[in-house]
Design a protein around this ligand. Structure first.
Ligand code: HEM
Length: 395
């Protein structure tokens, strides 16, 4: 069978294709991508648990090509032990749960700032007005970006993310290079300042992170700060968008959450499983490997289809049913093992609070379009735009 993760049919709804893959070709060679794809939970899980066989490689660096804003050091997500182990131990200190918890009131305040102007309107695009800006503002806040530089930071951040699309237009590439240079200078100065004037932010935590007298270099901190933009923005936007869209398509489940806000954390977990914001991650085989679904030779690139693994009937009963009460423990929407998402606690916190505000502080809403266009991407899944109409009758 053929499988093209970038075809419009698959982008619109990949799940029937994944089911066919899991049943007919669980380990498949994708000629146009010169790459294998694993679709069963057991095989994807095995790959994540065995980084010595399924190593990480230069995928992020390649995605950015010559628009890589920090080419001097590798990206943490591309690294393998022991280098990854060292960097991750130090990076964890910037994301200590204590630090993330202290952010909650600020995240709630940012959500209210974004919700306020929405309240007066009858129709909005959720992505443009709310789920898009939210993670960028939160990351700016976490990194300690001064409020007066927020607008600059938004432009830099959008431009760095655009670099992953490998644009060919020279004017666009120049604009991205300019933004990257400004972002670099800004962070380099901030990192140096935090060494003598500590703040309450992630950059300070990273500057101070120390493990057995080992510390992060300024370049490593810079690369981590930029990766937070790449890894944390569109993913969190899509978690919120996918949640809203899925709820609108499942009115019974929506009614359950509206009746009981204590279900919000379970809602977030089930959305992560049911419509995973990151559908594909990349690995390379260090040796030949025999999986449940077949054999892969050494030195091969492999797509791990997280979105398919999370819908595997061998792991989750009735996987195509969206069921907030199911407890989808074991879903691998944030990966697993040594590269497990550094931002998972933050993404959960943002997702929960954003959905709470949308479901409980706004008027009931419906989808204002027949057909929601999905982002055309190999990696992420989420609505490009999500027009919502508020039920103003009687308001
Ligand atoms: C719903 C939102 C998110 C999803 C679904 C998600 C998903 C993932 C996945 C699947 C990985 C594993 C990559 C691999 O194994 O190759 C990962 C890694 C990572 N994520 Fe997230 N992510 C989200 C939000 C965030 C946020 C908010 C941040 C930071 C602000 C973040 C930072 C990172 C970093 C730094 C890594 C690399 C960790 C390492 O290599 O050790 N992510 N994420």
């Amino acid at each position: 069978m053929d499988f093209n993760p970038l075809s419009p049919e698959v982008t619109a709804n990949p799940y029937p294709y994944y089911t066919e893959l899991r049943n007919k070709a669980p380990v498949i060679w994708l000629e146009p991508f010169q790459c294998w794809a694993l679709s069963r939970y057991a095989d994807v899980d095995f790959a994540l648990r065995n980084p010595q066989i399924f190593s990480s490689s230069v995928f992020t660096a390649e995605a950015l090509g010559d628009l890589n804003p920090v080419p001097e050091v590798p990206w943490i997500v591309d690294m393998n032990p022991p280098d990854h182990t060292r960097l991750r131990k130090l990076a964890n200190k910037g994301f200590a749960p204590r630090l993330i918890r202290t952010l909650e009131p600020r995240v709630q305040a940012i959500i209210q700032e974004l919700i306020e102007p929405i309240r007066g309107q009858s129709e909005i695009d959720l992505v443009a007005t709310f789920s898009g800006p939210l993670p960028t503002i939160v990351i700016a806040e976490m990194l300690g970006v001064e409020p007066e530089r927020r607008d600059d930071f938004k432009v830099w951040s959008d431009d760095v993310i655009r670099a992953t699309g490998r644009p060919t237009d020279e004017a666009e590439r120049d604009q991205i290079r300019r933004s990257e240079a400004e972002l670099r200078t800004y962070f380099e100065q901030m990192i140096e300042r935090r060494r003598t004037e500590p703040g309450e932010d992630v950059i300070t935590a990273l500057v101070q992170a120390e493990e057995e007298r080992d510390m992060l270099s300024s370049k490593e901190i810079l690369a981590l700060a930029v990766l937070l933009l790449l890894a944390g923005n569109e993913t969190t936007t899509n978690l919120i968008g996918n949640a809203v869209l899925t709820l609108l398509n499942h009115p019974d489940e929506l009614a359950k959450v509206r009746a009981d806000p204590a279900l919000l954390p379970a809602l977030v977990e089930e959305v992560l499983r049911y419509d995973s914001p990151v559908q594909v991650i990349f690995r390379r085989t260090a040796q030949e490997v025999e999986l449940e679904g077949g054999k892969i030779p050494a030195e091969q690139n492999v797509f791990l289809l997280l979105g398919s693994a999370n819908r595997d009937e061998r792991r989750f009963p009735e996987p195509d049913r969206f069921d907030i009460a199911r407890n989808p423990q074991g879903h691998i929407a944030f990966g697993y093992g040594i590269h497990y998402c550094l931002g998972a606690p933050l993404a959960r916190l943002e997702g929960r609070n954003a959905l709470e505000a949308l479901l409980f502080d706004c008027l009931p809403f419906s989808c204002a379009t027949e057909r929601v266009e999905q982002i055309a991407s190999l990696i992420v899944r989420g609505p490009q735009t999500l027009p919502l109409r508020f039920d103003t009758a009687g308001a």
